[in-house]
Design a protein. Structure first.
Length: 103
């Protein structure tokens, strides 16, 4: 009789542990974004409208200039504010790539 009770307890504990593990995995999967919803900071920089931002415009000009002279990001600019850095990089990429599309 004692063996059956121990066996039943083991089965019950195993069922509870497996159930908890499955539930945790489901919650984790539901919490992770879908691939099309996941955005990198570079994607977000392209989504933001920096067109009136001075550092963005500077980046566009320097990107176009590097593209014309067949250079790859020759001027490594660093700004104190993260937002200015993102604006510059977005502008640079736009200027550098935008000019290549017309060649």
């Amino acid at each position: 009789m004692r063996v059956q009770i121990s066996f039943r307890k083991c089965v019950w504990v195993l069922a509870v542990v497996l159930g908890a593990g499955i539930s945790a995995g489901t919650v984790r999967a539901a919490a992770s974004p879908l691939p099309q919803e996941a955005h990198t900071s570079q994607d977000q920089a392209h989504e933001q409208d920096y067109s009136k931002n001075k550092t963005y415009q500077q980046g566009v000009r320097e990107g176009q200039d590097d593209s014309k002279h067949n250079k790859d990001h020759s001027k490594k600019r660093h700004f104190k504010k993260d937002e200015d850095q993102k604006a510059y990089e977005a502008g640079y990429q736009q200027g550098h790539q935008g000019d290549q599309q017309h060649h």
